[in-house]
Design a protein. Sequence first.
Length: 596
Amino acid sequence: MNTSLASSRVTEGIEAHRAGDFEAAARHYEAALALTPEHGDARYLLALVEMARARFEQARDHIAVAVRSDPANAHYLFAAGEIARHFNDRDEAIKAFETAIAIDGSSAERWAQLGDLHLAAGRPKAAEHHALRAIEIEPRLQNAWHLLGESLRAQARSAEAVEAYREALRLEGGYGPAAESLLMTLNFCDAIAPREVAEEHRRIGALFGPWGVRGTPDAPWSVDDAPLARKRPLRVGYVSADFGQHVVSFFIEPVLATHDRQAVEVFCYFAAPHDDPRSETVKGHATHWRSLVGLDDTSAAEHIRADQLDVAVDLSGHTRGNRLGVFARRVAPVQVSWLGYPNTTGVPAMDYRLTDVWCDPPETTDSFHSERLWRLEPGFICYRSRPEAPPVNALPALTAGHITFGCFNSPAKIADTCLRLWANILASTPGSRLLLKGKGFDEPDLSADLRKRFQALGIDPTRVDLDGGRPSFVEHLSCYGTVDIALDTFPYHGTTTTCEALMMGVPVVSLAGPVHASRVGASLLTRLGRREWIAGTPDEYVAIAAALAANRGQLTYWRSELRWKLQSSALGDVATLTRSLEAAYLAMLRQTAAGR
């Protein structure tokens, strides 16, 4: 009798649930459980209601009971996986999803979700398998195509990833994650011409306006004369989702801390959903701190306009969490893109892009940008050594008996050109080894594939060591203790990784290319005073690396000197860069006021 009454209350709950009345649905499910505490469906449905009400602790308790009542119920297991994912219990989520799919593997969306979990866990090869299975079931599932692109990119197969992203973008129909990923990945590809990459940025950037699907007409803006007459500080707003534990924060924080408060009133607009200890540190350097969480582009634009900025600075470009849609609606007389992305935004309302003469030599890359390039004389960024960095150790080759080359850049940056050049370097330096460290390199299938690619280039795969990454920043930096010479990636150079290698006493060899992404190493090394480590051709890249490897005395000298050189060079001069930035903002505003 109780079972019948309980089922009746569940049916009533489902009706309320479908109508979106979660409170009423919960009451019906709870009434069913009062009659039959082990009623699996009531527990499962109540868990769904609690998830909808963001009460995940309660949801976890209910779904645990439901799964115990029927361990072979795929619906219960999928819900358990969703809840485990919310708590960042990735292993438990994967276990629940895999068990559920073994029972019922008919849902393409579930295969894609499982693949996404594997990708987040550093198993891109497994993620690729699950993405392909999802596409086999539902060829028009946009999420599956995007996941396929992400998994291929993480395996250093960016050219293949581009094709998957293009299909995802076609299904996406506008600007979204697939567009972001496509544009970023085009920067990694060594077989796509810069002009084609620029045109794709302009095409997708146009979606933001002034007449795009998310944009609005770009109304004329007047310039306040007060900051031009130095009657008040410039109001400068920095917009980013990366003020937290992200590499961008480590480049912007010293600038925020060094701004002259008599010259600049600093506004920071944080677009990420959660604060962390790092964002709290950055917040301390802002005059005003605003959150954009929960605001759509139009509302966020209104929110920022209320602060009456003179200059708005985008720190994201086409990276995750960007608010380019806000800039498309124009929030300040002068809008600038800087720091977080190595290419044009393509957004018509973005006025300037900050760079330097080494990353973008005059009259060479201007036509690739929708913005006007503004070249900062000291360089486009500075790096301040991290206080938690471990001490620099002695040259590893002295005890290992051989040279170890290394690259700690993201696997996505390893194009075919890199592999070919690194194989030539290993061939030119008998007995040497190569250490690659990056997320996913400890996945057996991926590491086997990468070693096969080296074998096809004539290199014994046992000379290549693969490290999947370390849990802490200090452990990550400590890995440089086994590297004698760092090799920059091409055509997308390292930035943070290059600075970190230099901080740890490791020389970096870089091959300069035709665009910003392939010239960052040239900017960093020139300002360090080490132009001799910059190659202009592939053959020079191999020759510079081999020559460094042959001179252990020189490597020993640089091992002890590089950290000090980094901080005392132009690359470490944050004050000069910040003064240059402030002057640039004022000059941009003057040009805008003059109609130029």
